[in-house]
Design a protein around this ligand. Structure first.
Ligand SMILES: NC(=O)C1=CN([C@@H]2O[C@H](COP(=O)(O)OP(=O)(O)OC[C@H]3O[C@@H](n4cnc5c(N)ncnc54)[C@H](O)[C@@H]3O)[C@@H](O)[C@H]2O)C=CC1
Ligand SMILES: O=C(O)C(=O)COP(=O)(O)O
Length: 640
């Protein structure tokens, strides 16, 4: 840390070793190593684990369990050397990522353990903790180099030994105990520490967690949480385990895994939520993942107290009130290309099925009717496909249908790169007059409500086909039903509806039900395993890059800034209304606190300005308060 900004009055943090500093119980690992080398010792492993568990939960005497375990194991010096190598790879993830904190705060950390100096010292030495900072037991060795017992004179081989050993150090200032086990809690209960954190990153011991009072003793799911609460500047300015991620609508498990692996607190919900339930579920949530069926309304955005970012784990973002999100400085992302191909393949299949009348033939077969005839069945080759909306899906469809021998014409509001031999039509009516198959691929913007109604069906060729896999509100469903009933159009495939059930348990109702040569599908255009997996990867990466570095690439409402990892520096992320003077105000504060700026970016769009400043490590807390108070600030956070 920059020596000019020491954090005042930091407590001494005393860390337990087994299942706290490392993610494992050392004697369990030792037992596993011994039994791997000699399978006849498998029973010993089970025995050791039971004793460890009983002792850590406070069910049996710690001292008794300790010497019994050593006597069962009887490790050699080589065994202990092997154990050290393994333990070095098992340091708890949140401790490992905060390695710099140990060096930046010399003398502020102690290790206390009923385990043994014989292996602990070597493991914690990598973190700059010398043996004098370790309070632990010692093994008793015989002349053959075999450990045969425990130093009974050492306080830590006795019940209640941690309290006595720690008190004996006579530390000045506040002392805080961090550990997973009952003996760690006893340190606090016995008065040797002012505060206690029940450390649950590796193991949750109900007796210990149940004993905390929420004030001077509390649960910490990671070392980041401890550092943050105790005022240390750790690897993360805010502990990830306190950042809540809510994933709705059965988002692929790969996304859940991606967030959990990075230490975030993830909750999943199978279906979509209505406004009231969403408002309730969003309380305290920082990150929201949804798909096409959850409407994130302005009211829900307004009520969301902690929301920082939202991702549509799909293409469409029409279900999200983007304006409301921007006004609150909430970043919105989507996955614009991950299910494109799935939709296109489905449209190709539907085109062939409708053109050949395959669907109705199959329905009849299921009722025992054999109707072998060519009447009304056609090839798609040589037919004209009219694509409305030549975006990612429309243009990909253009390529595949040309490969099928179709002639492609399209209509789009925007200028688009025409692919292959497709032809752009500047008038929708002209396209409708020529297309044998009309396929809708416009986006779901509000203005597109009912763009396809009775007038458009009337302008289509008699007996043409109609396909909609875009958005339900784009088509007047009654007009579609009428066009099908009258025979004006020969067949249709519809995947999206103005009203869709929220979950698979809710009923589907539509005036389209029961009509002939009409294929209805439950909004599955993007529902392939390939697409869902790709979306999970893409959308979670966008969110994680935003959370971990401030990167806004691919955001649908934020100015785009691509950022690298934050290494050995602090990063301030300042999102504000796009009004004059904000950058200047930020720089005045930087200068006032003599913060050494390593890099600075400013990107704006119509509504928002986004300033990113990387500074040398170490800053006074007041600087952050002033940065947050700059006029126009919507969101401010700092990363380390
Ligand atoms: N059924 C499903 O499961 C899925 C549905 N979708 C939906 O498919 C639609 C298309 O997706 P993408 O191609 O990725 O979107 P995109 O944004 O790349 O393309 C949309 C195109 O439509 C054009 N457009 C918008 N309004 C128009 C109008 N009134 N008339 C003519 N052109 C208009 C735009 O200029 C743009 O080129 C979206 O509504 C998306 O939500 C996407 C994936 C899966
Ligand atoms: O990607 C889209 O826009 C879709 O419509 C797919 O929606 P879904 O994720 O299947 O709810």
């Amino acid at each position: 840390m920059n020596a000019s900004f020491p954090q005042p009055n930091l407590a001494t943090l005393v860390l337990d070793f087994d299942s706290t500093f490392t993610s494992v119980e050392a004697l369990d690992i030792l037992a596993e190593l011994l039994s791997a080398a000699d399978p006849a010792r498998a029973a010993d492993v089970a025995h050791i684990k039971t004793l460890t568990d009983q002792a850590m939960s406070g069910e049996i005497s710690f001292a008794d369990a300790l010497s019994r375990r050593v006597q069962i194991l009887k490790p050699t010096r080589e065994d202990i050397a092997g154990l050290i190598e393994v333990l070095k790879t098992k340091v708890s993830p949140s401790i490992a990522r905060n390695r710099a904190v140990f060096a930046e705060n010399p003398g502020k950390f102690r290790i206390i353990s009923g385990g043994f100096h014989d292996f602990i010292d070597a493991v914690v030495a990598d973190y700059g903790l010398a043996a004098e900072y370790v309070l632990a037991n010692r093994l008793i060795w015989n002349d053959e180099g075999v450990a045969i017992g425990v130093d009974q004179a050492n306080l830590l081989s006795q019940d209640g030994g941690k309290v006595l050993a720690l008190t004996g150090l006579g530390l000045t200032g506040q002392v805080v105990m961090v550990g997973d086990g009952w003996t760690d809690f006893e340190v606090f209960k016995g008065g040797a520490a002012e505060r206690f954190y029940a450390f649950t990153e590796n193991v949750v011991r109900p007796k210990v967690v149940g004993a905390v009072n929420g004030e001077t003793s509390q649960v910490a799911a990671s070392f980041d949480e401890v550092l943050h609460t105790e005022g240390y500047q750790g690897r993360y300015s805010f502990p990830r385990s306190k950042l809540k991620v809510l994933l709705l609508e059965n988002i692929h498990p790969d996304a859940v895994r991606a967030f959990r692996e990075e230490g975030y607190d993830v909750t999943t919900v199978k279906g979509a939520l209505d406004e009231d339930d969403l408002i309730e579920a969003l309380q305290g949530v920082h990150i929201l993942g949804l798909r096409s069926k959850t409407n994130l309304t302005a009211k829900a955005v307004e009520a969301a107290d902690k929301l920082m970012a939202v991702a549509a784990f799909c293409i469409g973002t029409n279900q999200i009130d983007l304006k409301a999100c921007s006004q609150k400085g909430i970043a919105v992302f989507n996955a614009p290309y991950s299910n494109t191909r799935s939709v296109v393949e489905m449209v190709m299949g539907l085109t062939v099925i409708l053109t050949r009348n395959i669907y109705d033939k199959s329905v009849q077969m299921h009722t025992g009717k054999w109707d072998k005839s060519a009447t009304g069945a056609h090839e798609v080759r040589g037919k004209t496909l009219g694509i409305i909306g030549y975006g990612a899906i429309g243009s990909q469809l253009s390529i595949l249908s040309e490969a099928f021998g179709m002639r492609v014409i399209y209509f789009d509001l925007a200028e688009k790169l025409t692919l292959g031999n497709a032809k752009r039509y500047r008038s929708l009516d002209a396209l409708l007059a020529e297309a044998d198959v009309v396929s809708l691929h416009v986006d779901g913007r509000g203005e597109n409500k009912n763009i396809f109604g009775a007038a458009q069906f009337a302008r289509m060729k008699d007996g043409a086909l109609f396909i909609n896999l875009s958005r339900g509100h784009v088509v007047d469903i009654d007009a579609l039903a009428a066009a099908l009933k009258s025979g004006k159009i020969y067949g249709a495939a519809v995947d999206v509806f103005p009203e869709e059930p929220r979950t698979n348990d809710d009923p589907f109702e539509s005036p389209l039900m029961g009509l002939k040569n009409l294929i209805l599908t439950p909004h599955i255009g993007g529902s392939t395993e390939e697409a869902q997996e790709a979306i999970a990867e893409f959308a979670s990466e966008r969110l994680l890059n935003f959370l971990n570095r401030g990167d806004t690439t691919f955001s649908v409402n934020m100015p785009h800034v691509q950022l690298s990892e934050v290494e050995g520096r602090h990063r301030f992320l300042h999102l504000h209304k796009n009004v004059p003077g904000v950058l200047a105000a930020i720089n005045v504060i930087m200068a006032k606190y003599e913060l050494n700026v390593l890099a600075q970016h400013l990107k704006t769009n119509e509504a928002l300005g986004y300033v990113i400043v990387d500074v040398d490590r170490g800053y006074p807390k007041e600087a952050l308060e002033e940065l947050k108070a700059v006029n126009g600030t919507l969101k401010f956070r700092s990363l380390v």
